[in-house]
Design a protein around this ligand. Sequence first.
Ligand SMILES: [Fe+2]
Length: 303
Amino acid sequence: MKSWARRRREIEVSRCWHGRTGGRSRWRKRPYDVLLAVLDKAIRATPLFARGYRNALDLRRVEFDLVPAGLPPSFDGYRILHVSDPHLDYLPDLVGVLRKLVEGLDVDMLAVTGDIRGDRRQPAEHPTALLVEALAGVKVRGPRLAVLGNHDPVEMVDALEAVGIDVLVNRSLVLQRGVDRLRVTGLDDVHSFYTEAAQAALADHDGEFRIALVHSAEVADDADRAGYALYLCGHTHGGQICLPGGRPIITHLTRCRHAASGLWRQGRMVGYTSRGVGVSELPLRCNTRGEVAVITLRRAERL
Ligand SMILES: [Fe+2]
């Protein structure tokens, strides 16, 4: 086992999660879990459950351009399919919905920003197979990349790599088009598995145009200071259960809370927090919908 995997496994079986703000005892989440279990039982007996379930299956495909600073000319028009938090083992009915939504897409990169798995008791291969089935109709011309989320175990790396998805765990991949270079850096989940290796990965570059793939937005300020131009993430599910107007009640962010959902800016860096494909804990959504995003990178002078 590689040293990063050994360290991650230690955290997976320890009593604490390690976030960017320090250790958090798992016991602190216990009241929240109990509340959710009670809420789950109560809501299943009401018509709200059917409505929330329908909302969870009402997945959207959003398409938009982003103009990150310093995009090299050869990457003008570069298209990224951004998928986050599929959790397809929690809600397998989403597989067919997602498949229809992305069928026939032609993109340059697939970027999956974590939480492939939902249920922590599931082996990594099961949600991976569901994701492969859902994305079968997509043509990806370049790299298929993923990072780990807080629901994903060490074994997820082998499961994804076995189906041709390269998992960036605190390391980078450099793409070259002629003289132009684009560096994609992927971090291990920084909400529960943060280590100094994440900072080292952010600092490791040769001055290229850089994109960060991270499960959560919690190190957006670090990435901006390190000179990243674009940051793609998920984790919050857009709140999943929101107040009217889409205001999240809970985001599970310990910092950088301004980046809880959708498009945001941090210094010179632009970021996008996906509302996620799937759900966790409750198979419901309220006042928010899941999504996949097709993002086209554009150079500023074209606009
Ligand atoms: Fe998630």
